[in-house]
Design a protein around this ligand. Structure first.
Ligand SMILES: [Zn+2]
Length: 531
């Protein structure tokens, strides 16, 4: 007998095809039947009349390695219908942390992973110690982490020995089952790497059948070159490339989304395997210190803090802001577009503009003072994109959906501050606001981007579509009411319209309530396949 039978759902199977009425049965963690008017019964029957059934959503770009061990229920994600999280993005991973260097890594990631305890570990031990959680996890190793381990915050090319060390640490992670390597070439120390360094690591990825994802070198003035660089790594190494959170930042770059997507499509026509991901908002989030020029960070945290205390350095930064705006974000409309998300010293929700007026100070001095006061741990939100570009990128079938966020909860240690609403709202926002309400894309296409399309981009053979034999990751939602509720002022709010979520055949969300079940699996790469 089947464990679960979902009766009378309108099924969107994840391929992008039209909705179809069917009953879907689940047995021992797998989909055992998809048929209309199934006569057999099951242990648990779910009446899905009026609801849509889709494969579990794949959050293809997250930073939940910073929080899932603290929040194994995976609250903010599972309540969006997310059943698989891809972690280790933008060049950041929690492992490896070499002997004596856990503290260095913790300090480096303080604005992203302020609550996570860091321990010395290689990648295999890190994966082995991954806790039981509610969602499936796919892991990447981060280039920033590898470079930090091999050579600290040095602004120079690696020696042959240091490069070999990075290659060895990468191979260790890939052998352990990581899907690939992410880079964050916009952030130090990754930004000190020349393309040759990434290519040398790309060859290791190729040898293992592994993948490359990249937060590209620049998302503002030089975004076209930066995307071309990522594509070139894929093309020259013969590996799959995923371009992280595709966007055009800063008012000088707005309006170029079609051209940017054209470069990605042209690469695909040449045979390069390339996909992108995106979060559906016009606002980004980053550590405040990464808005400053790259040379600020040379030599590490203490060197940076000493520089920022110096008025001459601040004058140099001010000059740079006048010339070309913020590093990576370009020119913004005003300092009111930068808002505190989380900070040990500044109040979440306040903009730099407001703080400057209150303190009677220049906004750049406020920003530098905040960074100095909390050793760079302040995280901010930056309104830097045009809504038209966001929509154009969202409508493209090569672009998958990724929250770019860690999994948090409205309670407990991760419930602090005013983080980006994408942590709670990404998937329902695409389905409700953009697909249903604005008609930017069809519902089958939107679901495909979150499921079958994402699985194809990841080489995830076992998931992403509703068909017999696939792992039973399923989402039952109400298409008429599904919506995000998280806002910039009140981000800690779950979405509405997600009725049930099933992970590996186990009900985790039941009529909107978390059952406490932890059926997620750590998915390991075997060759080019992830299972
Ligand atoms: Zn990123």
């Amino acid at each position: 007998m089947d464990d679960i039978l979902i009766r009378g759902a309108t099924v969107l199977d994840g391929t992008g095809g039209p909705p179809q009425g069917a009953d879907v049965a689940v047995r021992q963690g797998r989909i055992s039947a998809v048929e209309a008017g199934r006569t057999e019964t099951a242990v648990q029957e779910i009446d899905a009349t009026g609801l849509m059934l889709a494969p579990g959503f794949i959050d293809i770009h997250t930073h939940s390695d910073f929080t899932l061990p603290l929040n194994p229920l995976a609250e903010a994600k599972i309540r969006q219908g997310v059943t698989t999280e891809v972690v280790g993005n933008c060049g950041f991973s929690v492992a490896p942390a070499l002997p004596g260097k856990a503290e260095l890594l913790a300090d480096y990631l303080s604005a992203s992973a302020p609550w996570l305890p860091f321990t010395e570990t290689d990648f295999a031990s890190y994966m082995a110690a991954w806790p039981a959680i509610a969602v499936n996890t796919v892991m990447q190793v981060g280039h920033n982490t590898l470079r930090l381990m091999a050579m600290g915050m040095e602004n120079r090319p690696p020696s042959a020995r240091e490069l070999l060390h990075m290659q060895e640490m990468l191979a260790e992670a890939l052998d352990a089952g990581a899907i690939g390597m992410s880079s964050g070439l916009f952030t130090p120390p990754g930004l000190y790497a020349e393309p040759e360094e990434i290519r040398a690591l790309g060859h290791v990825l190729k040898q293992h059948g592994a993948r490359y994802s990249s937060h590209v070198r620049d998302e503002s003035h030089a975004v076209h070159d930066a995307v071309a660089e990522a594509i070139d790594i894929g093309e020259s190494c013969g590996i799959h490339v995923q371009i992280a959170h595709l966007k055009l930042s800063g008012i000088d770059s707005w309006g170029d989304a079609k051209e940017l997507l054209g470069a990605v499509e042209a690469a695909r026509r040449r045979g390069v395997e390339v996909h992108c991901d995106q979060y559906p908002y016009d606002t980004a989030s980053n550590p405040l210190r990464f808005l400053l020029p790259p040379w600020i960070h040379e030599g590490g945290m203490d060197a940076m803090l000493a520089r920022l205390a110096d008025p001459y350095t601040r004058a140099r930064i001010r000059q740079k802001l006048v010339e070309s705006g913020f590093t990576n974000f370009g020119r913004l409309q005003s300092w009111a577009d930068i808002r505190i998300a989380n900070s040990p010293t500044a109040e979440p929700g306040r903009t730099i503009d407001e703080l400057a007026r209150e303190r009677g100070q220049d906004p750049l001095d406020v920003a530098c003072d905040v960074i100095v006061a909390d050793r760079g741990a302040t995280r901010i939100l930056v309104r830097s994109m045009s809504e038209d570009d966001v929509k154009t990128i969202l409508a493209d079938p090569l672009v998958m959906v990724g929250s770019d966020g860690p999994c948090v909860a409205p309670y407990g240690i991760t419930g602090q501050g005013k983080p980006h609403p994408r942590l709670y709202g990404t998937f329902p926002r695409v389905l409700g606001h953009y697909a249903r309400d604005l008609g930017i894309l069809g519902l089958p296409q939107a679901i495909c981007k979150m499921t079958g399309g994402a699985a194809a981009a990841l080489g995830l053979a076992d998931r992403g579509t509703i068909s017999e034999g696939k792992a039973a990751d399923l989402v039952l939602f109400n298409p008429d009411i599904i919506a995000d509720r998280a806002s910039f002022d009140e981000p800690h709010q779950y979405p509405i319209g997600i009725e049930r979520v099933i992970v590996n055949g186990v009900v985790v969300i039941d009529r909107g309530q978390h059952t406490g079940a932890l059926p997620g699996q750590l998915l390991r790469r075997r060759g080019t396949i992830l299972a």
